[in-house]
Design a protein around this ligand. Structure first.
Ligand code: IPE
Ligand code: IPE
Ligand code: MG
Length: 247
């Protein structure tokens, strides 16, 4: 039985987040440069977005570029930004055709002007779509996001808009880039690395984590189905006991 057939469509994770890792190693295995790997990684993005939309997943967050990735060699950063602009230009039509809405989380001001403009236009052009919410994490890191949120809260307190006594668990969430999205229920990381790398630290509090050794350019719909099927085999207890859940 294929992994797709094993999936229970009534118990899908509403939000899946993916750390798309391993492009560089994939390219190296083939004797190519790192950008060759990033280029092939785009096909995996296409497949996974299509797969998630077909299943009826509500939200898909893809970690495409971290705050820390700005420290990579200049030619790699430039190549990645060009790839981003090209891909968005090519794919907006497909996003609209498939009723997919694009969002971006991260420090967009850090992006080159062309990339920023392209992302903003694509978000506007897809803003009326009601199907899958595709969230690209670009120039994103959790610690950056948390510092921004705290700065905004501090300013509102200073201006008297918010009182310290009003701050509860939900307050912080309301100031994060992800305020409009539910927390991810499933987090996938490819390439055999077992770490979070500054991704959605706050939002992943109760996510199921799934790690695979598959390198991102080899990740296809079948691997997505496998991760979802694994997710569905787990018991999510949220602090309770197994017996309590069965009542
Ligand atoms: C992920 O692949 C893509 C980005 C971080 C932009 P990597 O480029 O990190 O590939 P590896 O980890 O070096 O193999
Ligand atoms: C995490 O991958 C960031 C993205 C996938 C965009 P990295 O390859 O940058 O992470 P580390 O450096 O191995 O932790
Ligand atoms: Mg990596």
């Amino acid at each position: 039985m294929s992994f797709k057939e094993q999936i229970n469509l009534r118990q899908l994770p509403n939000h899946i987040a993916i750390i798309m890792d391993g492009n560089g190693r994939w390219a190296k295995e083939k004797g190519q440069d790192r950008l060759y790997g990033h280029f092939h990684g785009v096909e995996s993005v296409r497949q996974v977005v299509e797969g998630a939309a077909e299943l009826g997943i509500g939200y898909l967050t893809l970690y495409a570029f971290s705050t820390e990735n700005w420290d990579r060699p200049e030619d790699e950063v430039t190549g990645l930004m060009e790839l981003l602009v090209d891909t968005i230009k090519k794919e907006v039509g497909t996003l609209n055709k498939n009723n997919i809405r694009l969002h971006v989380i991260g420090d967009l001001d850090m992006l080159p002007e062309a990339a920023k403009k392209e992302m903003q236009e694509a978000m506007e052009q897809t803003s009326a779509n009601t199907g899958l919410n595709l969230i690209m994490a670009l120039s994103y890191s959790s610690r950056w996001e948390l510092a921004e949120a705290i700065r905004k809260i501090a300013l509102e307190i200073k201006d008297g808009v918010l009182q310290p006594e009003q701050i509860g668990q939900q307050t912080l969430a309301n100031y994060l880039c992800t305020k409009d999205f539910p927390d991810p229920e499933l987090m996938i990381r490819t390439s055999g690395e077992f770490r979070i790398s500054n991704f959605l630290l706050y939002q992943l509090a109760y996510a199921e984590l799934y790690f695979t050794s598959v390198l991102w350019p080899d990740f296809r719909k079948e691997q997505l189905y496998q991760a979802i099927s694994d997710f569905q085999s787990r018991e999510r207890r949220f602090g309770k006991t197994s017996e309590q859940l069965k009542k």
